[in-house]
Design a binder for this molecule. Structure first.
Ligand code: C2E
Ligand code: MG
Ligand code: MG
Length: 705
């Protein structure tokens, strides 16, 4: 644009040169050609016809205006000096100006305005004495102002970025980036121009996938943000947040992609502690389930954008509870730690190893097209794991099983993918060293469950559910001190379906709520009825599923059931499994405290089958500990099982928690447990679960009637 104006001014100037060559001048050295004067004056650009000795001088109307000279004022050399930005110049300087095609002058014009003119001078007429020149001006005052404004806007921008320590990086073609001065400083870049691959090479290998994702999602106009590590010139990675978006191009502008880069290393370091607490597993010091879910979902989203895939492998240490129980918790923990560190060796860039729960781990691996990778990786893990010796029990063979799925192919979210890998793991139903790939057909078995679910719903409506009762014996006086209510589904043809079959199905649907309401109300009603019938008061234990226990109106429901039956709270006991209580410890403790406030007793069921149970005795407000049947079965022959049981009983006593042993089938077991100081006993030795009329006979028998 500037060039066009400038060139056209010159063309104008040269057009009138033709006239000037024929200048005739009067005695007083001014132009006396009215026609020429008219033309020069009519031009909307500054013009002057002059000679170095000023024997000749004519300034046009426009120049007089710019200089603030009245029309009537005579042309004077001082005025021209001013227009050339000079003060009493030498003749030599004037000759230089006359001979230069372009000369920039700055001077104070009308109203003291700083004015800038670029003069273009041409020889109009050669004369012996002094040549006549014509200078045409190009007024660049406004342009100068714009430039100053632009320069200061740029300065302002750069200073703001410097003060805020924000770097900016932008690109129009996704390949070549331009970095702001602050970013050049922040990252010690060699130049403000940096290619995408040069920039990518500075990013931590594990974070490059995020940057690739950012480049790919460039067409989105939403503001997005990633956090990544970038290497500084000292070779150390620092954390940066990159907030980016793209701006569509217009007729005059190209589309722009870019954003702000902020050093967040310090914040990150502060976050590391919080992150450690929230995202690092305490025992193994690798990522925990929360971390896996967060990172996994990010990877899942990126893999969809980038068209790449990952393997999600879920691993389970076979029979870990046995290692835990027989070798002690400290050794159990060290197995978990060793296993975690072993997994870590197999993590590749962008992948992750995490502990999901108890003895379940996850490994996320980038897929490079080798379908055998999960299988071969797990095989290598199994080989190395088998080599780890466990102090105190070198004979224990260490094996693990795995299930795996592929993301994003095998699910609609990362959680889906993970559940499917777990599904594959479970499909091997406990076979040691199994490795199973997820297949959608695995769900077919669930279709069978759907039919069962429908039948169960009908059974509830048809009152086919019934409570059986199993006696609990007080080992100090051999009396029945309570019963456990165990649900049975009795079909119209008389076949009895055990809870192991239908409770898990009920738990995966809304049916469990109905079942638990029935168990709670029926258990209370039956216990009160026995009291009214004159039987000695006993405790009624009922089992709760996780979904019932975590209901916010749990306390109200239990209170209502007690009130409806007219039963005192102390004659009701709720059994909870360790896994249930530990799935959300804080919430579980608050729910348990609410039940304790009512006066209801709390038993920890199947104790010893979960993980690191003892430590939780400190925080769970339980009144009774039910030692799992698996300990009792071996207690006669297995010294370690005996040691575990007696220490658990001792510890429980010290915490004022009573103990009961489940699954007592012979008197030998009873003797051993009595010696170990166990308070109560339950098992086939005293009676299997039975209908109310039958257990009443047992009450009579025990009462010596
Ligand atoms: P649980 O609460 O640990 O119940 C004890 C299980 O061990 C019962 O199986 C009982 O019959 C069995 N048992 C008791 N003594 C012996 C013994 O000496 N030897 C052997 N081999 N087994 C013995 P059942 O009744 O089949 O119940 C299985 C599980 O189903 C229960 O384990 C409990 O987790 C669940 N369940 C039972 N009733 C209910 C209920 O009403 N609601 C909920 N949510 N779950 C229930
Ligand atoms: Mg139970
Ligand atoms: Mg049990």
């Amino acid at each position: 644009m500037t060039l066009i104006i400038y060139t056209s001014t010159l063309i104008f100037g040269s057009l009138i040169l033709a006239f000037v060559f024929n200048i005739r001048h009067s005695k007083n050295n001014t132009l006396d050609e009215p026609q020429l004067i008219k033309i020069i004056d009519s031009m909307n650009t500054e013009m002057v016809v002059w000679s170095v000795d000023f024997s000749y001088l004519y300034m046009n109307k426009k120049l007089r205006e710019v200089l603030g000279l009245p029309d009537t004022a005579p042309d004077h050399k001082a005025a021209l000096w001013r227009a050339f930005g000079l003060n009493n110049p030498s003749e030599q300087l004037l000759t230089e100006i006359a001979e230069s095609s372009s000369y920039e002058a700055h001077f104070k014009g009308a109203d003291n305005m700083l004015t800038s003119i670029v003069w273009s001078t041409s020889l109009a007429r050669k004369r012996k004495k002094s040549n006549i020149y014509i200078s045409t001006g190009f007024n660049i005052t406004e342009l100068k102002k714009m430039r100053v404004n632009l320069a200061s806007a740029n300065d302002f921008f750069n200073s703001s970025m410097e003060l805020a320590e924000i770097g900016v990086i932008m690109s129009v073609d996704k390949r070549n980036f331009r970095a702001s001065p602050e970013l050049v400083k922040m990252l010690s870049l060699k130049s403000a121009s940096v290619t995408a691959s040069q920039f990518r090479a500075m990013i931590h290998p594990n974070d490059r996938i995020l940057f690739d994702g950012a480049l790919k999602s460039m067409d989105s106009h939403d503001i997005r943000s990633i956090e990544m590590r970038i290497k500084s010139s000292d070779g150390i990675y620092r954390w940066y947040s990159y907030r980016y978006k793209s701006i569509e191009g217009t007729d005059n502008t190209l589309p722009l992609f870019g954003g702000a880069i902020l050093d967040i290393t310090e914040e990150h370091e502060k976050d590391i502690l919080i992150e450690r607490l929230a995202y690092i597993d305490e025992v193994t010091e690798i990522a925990n389930r929360n971390k896996l879910l967060n990172v996994g979902q990010e990877i899942y989203d990126s893999s969809r954008i980038l068209n790449c895939s990952f393997w999600m492998i879920v691993l389970d240490i076979d029979r870990f509870h046995i290692i835990n129980d027989t070798c002690g918790y400290a050794n159990g923990n060290s197995v978990l730690k060793d296993f975690a560190h072993l997994l870590y060796k197999f993590v590749t860039p962008s992948g992750l190893a995490a502990r999901i729960s108890g003895d379940n781990f996850a490994l996320l691996l980038r897929d490079y097209g080798d379908d055998e990778l999960p299988m071969s990786t797990v095989r290598s893990i199994q080989e190395e794991f088998a080599k780890l010796a466990v102090d105190g029990l070198a004979s224990v063979s260490l094996t693990c099983s795995a299930g795996y799925s592929k993301l994003p192919r095998d699910g609609n979210s990362f959680l889906d993918i993970m559940e499917h890998a777990e599904f594959a793991l479970k499909s091997a139903s406990g076979v040691q060293s199994s490795i199973s790939a997820y297949e959608p057909s695995m769900h077919d078995s669930i279709i069978g469950n759907t039919a069962l679910e429908k039948a169960l719903a009908l059974a509830i409506d048809n009152n086919e559910l019934q409570l059986f009762y199993q006696p609990k014996i007080d080992l100090s006086n051999n009396k029945i001190m309570g019963v456990e209510a165990l649900i049975r589904w009795i079909k119209p043809d008389g076949t009895i379906v055990n809870p192991d079959v239908f409770v898990p199905i009920a738990e995966s649907s809304h049916l469990i709520g109905k079942i638990s309401d029935f168990v709670l109300n029926e258990g209370c009603r039956q216990n009160k009825l026995w009291q009214k019938m004159g039987y000695p008061n006993i405790v009624m234990s009922i089992n709760f599923a996780s979904s019932d226990f975590y209901q916010t109106d749990l306390k109200e429901k239990v209170f209502e059931a007690l009130a409806r039956a007219g039963l005192e709270a102390k004659w009701l006991e709720v059994e909870l499994t360790e896994t249930l209580a530990l799935s959300d410890v804080d919430f579980a403790v608050s729910q348990m405290n609410k039940l304790r406030d009512l006066g209801v007793k709390l038993a920890m069921d199947d104790f010893g089958t979960g993980y690191s149970s003892l430590s939780y005795l400190q925080i769970l407000p339980i009144t009774l500990l039910k030692l799992d049947r698996s300990f009792i079965t071996d207690i006669e022959h297995d010294n370690i099982a005996f040691e575990i049981v007696s220490s658990v009983i001792r510890i429980a006593k010290s915490k004022k928690i009573e103990t009961i042993a489940e699954g007592i089938e012979n008197s030998n077991q009873e003797t051993i447990l009595r010696k170990a100081g166990c308070n109560y006993a339950q098992g086939y030795l005293y009676g299997k679960p039975m209908p109310p009329q039958e257990i009443q006979k047992l009450f009579d028998k025990y009462a010596g009637k």
